[in-house]
Ligand binder design. Structure first.
Ligand code: FAD
Length: 469
């Protein structure tokens, strides 16, 4: 086995394995170094386990409301140990599948910590501490994809049971009776939604004035209303000041002298880039003030031939953004002058109940960017399929540029909240990225009865001739 490669990738999460798979598909000889498990945060302590537990909550809700369909059941109960076994089964199958894909594409995988040792014409990465032993590999190019780790708060020492981050929460064997989720962003709200549906009494503590910042306010309001209806106590605009154990419970202090007693504190305050083990200092690659690796539009660092992708760079921390950046880096290495990722128009999905999905401008951001806009909003309450499924909370909102004659033109943003919207965003995402007008899109037929009819209806209304709205 040669220890020289076209590309050496450090980190086997979505960004790193995308670079490896895409590069190998293009005929490059690739090494992939991973210190822990292939699949990274996403597969082991992120997207996949979080969505698996949310699906458990969905099944629980469905069974709980089965009687309205005339289906008889007893009151559902939850055995979280069984849930965890199922979750692990999904993770293991996906991890094995990924290992198989890499092998099939002849990517050489090294188990160990990768440290960038030199960055001249030939780049060297030292590998150590894993089952591959201590060795050095060289590459014409290097892709750094070391990802991120949860942020913590001073005074909240993570012990894995009383105080947890997402890393620990996703593997708990029993749900707490009471939980405080600190942070009302996408991940915190997914956890709050999941736990509340499964019987935990949840308090969300968010420093910002609103939960899920960045989401269109009309969509965010639907989520907030639904969470509150399901008993979640949402406290916004409050800073958390400390915690102490009182009578066996954890008392979390926040705001102006307020507190809540819980059995588990879930820290969900974001993730920091994890460049700690890459050895960048020694090769003169500086981090920015927040710890991210600075890159240009093709994901190249200031050192020629060294690229960085995924959560380690200061772009949206999403697995599919990592995929996209991994592919951009490989295309740059191949000299193909890749189109940079258009960060303004990437898809975003939050899998709480009800789900949220959006791409492009919100009404506010479009106006801030100088667009004159028209909007159309339609509710799932009038959608046949949503009624059939029994999930009518939510809406679709489309933002379009107002043309000189006052009619709606190019689509700028699509915002959805409601049943299965994470599976419905595709059309809106494509329309925006293809710079389609509302007339272009309104022309397409939506199958009936589907929830995606609501998207079609919302766009059609912007042409001035809706059907049902
Ligand atoms: P990571 O996935 O963090 O992978 C980095 C890898 O590099 C790790 O395996 C690490 O062990 C390895 N590594 C680090 N340093 C070294 C080194 N020196 N040598 C060797 N290996 C090293 N995103 C979505 O798009 N959709 C979601 O629904 C979603 N849900 C999420 C839910 C939760 C609870 C969390 C925490 C995250 C979620 N994310 C989601 C975010 C997503 O998981 C991350 O954006 C994604 O995993 C980042 O990919 P990455 O490859 O950049 O980094």
């Amino acid at each position: 086995m040669s220890d020289h490669f076209d590309v050496v990738v450090v980190g086997g999460g979505p960004a790193g394995y995308a670079a490896a798979l895409y590069g190998a598909a293009a005929g490059l000889n690739i090494a992939l170094i991973e210190k822990s498990r292939l699949g990274g945060t996403c597969l082991h302590v992120g997207c996949i386990p979080a969505k698996e537990l949310l699906e458990t909550a969905a099944v629980f809700r469905t069974v709980k409301h089965a009687s309205v369909f005339g289906v008889g059941t007893s009151e559902p109960t939850i055995d979280f140990g069984v849930t965890q076994v199922r979750k692990q089964g999904v993770i293991d199958t996906l991890t094995n599948g990924l290992a198989g894909l890499l092998k099939h594409r002849k990517v050489t995988v090294y188990d160990g910590v990768g440290v960038l040792a030199s960055t001249g014409e030939l780049k060297t990465v030292d590998v150590s501490g894993g089952s591959s032993g201590d060795l050095s590999v060289t590459g014409d190019s290097v892709v750094l994809a070391a990802g991120s780790v949860p942020r913590t708060i001073p005074g909240f020492d993570v012990d894995g049971t009383r105080i947890v981050t997402s890393d620990e929460l996703l593997s708990i064997q029993e749900l707490p009776a009471r939980a405080a989720v600190i942070g009302g962003g996408a991940i915190g709200i997914e956890f709050a939604s999941m736990m509340a549906d499964l019987g935990t009494s949840v308090t969300v503590l968010e420093a910002m004035p609103k939960i899920i910042p960045g989401v269109d306010p009309d969509a965010a309001r639907v989520v907030e209303r639904s969470l509150k209806k399901r008993g979640i106590d949402i406290r916004t605009g409050v800073m958390v000041s400390g915690q102490e154990v009182v009578d066996g419970a954890t008392r979390v202090s926040f705001g102006e002298g307020e507190s809540v007693d819980v059995d588990m504190v879930v820290l969900s305050i974001g993730r920091r880039p994890f460049a700690d083990m890459l050895g960048l200092d020694a090769v003169g690659i500086a981090l920015d003030e927040r710890g991210f690796i600075p890159v240009d539009a093709s994901c190249q660092t200031q050192t020629p031939g060294v690229y960085a992708v995924g959560d380690i760079i200061a772009t949206a921390q999403l697995a599919h953004i990592g995929f996209a950046e991994g592919m951009v880096a490989i295309r740059a290495i191949l000299g193909e002058d890749p189109k940079p990722v258009d960060y303004q128009n990437v898809p975003w999905c939050i899998y709480c109940h009800p789900e949220v999905a959006f791409a492009g401008h919100t009404e506010e951001s479009a106006k801030e960017a100088g667009f004159d806009v028209v909007t159309s909003t339609h509710k799932f309450a009038g959608n046949g399929r949503a009624m059939i499924v029994g999930e009518t909370e939510g809406l679709v909102k489309v933002i379009a540029e107002k043309d000189a004659d006052g009619t709606a033109g190019r689509m700028l943003g699509v915002h959805m909240v409601g049943p299965w919207v994470t599976e419905q965003l595709g059309q809106g995402y494509m329309a925006i990225n293809w710079e389609a007008t509302v007339d272009d899109v309104a022309h397409f037929i939506q199958p009936h009865p589907t929830m995606s009819e609501l998207f079609g209806e919302t766009v059609m209304a912007l042409t001035g001739r809706g059907l049902h709205g």
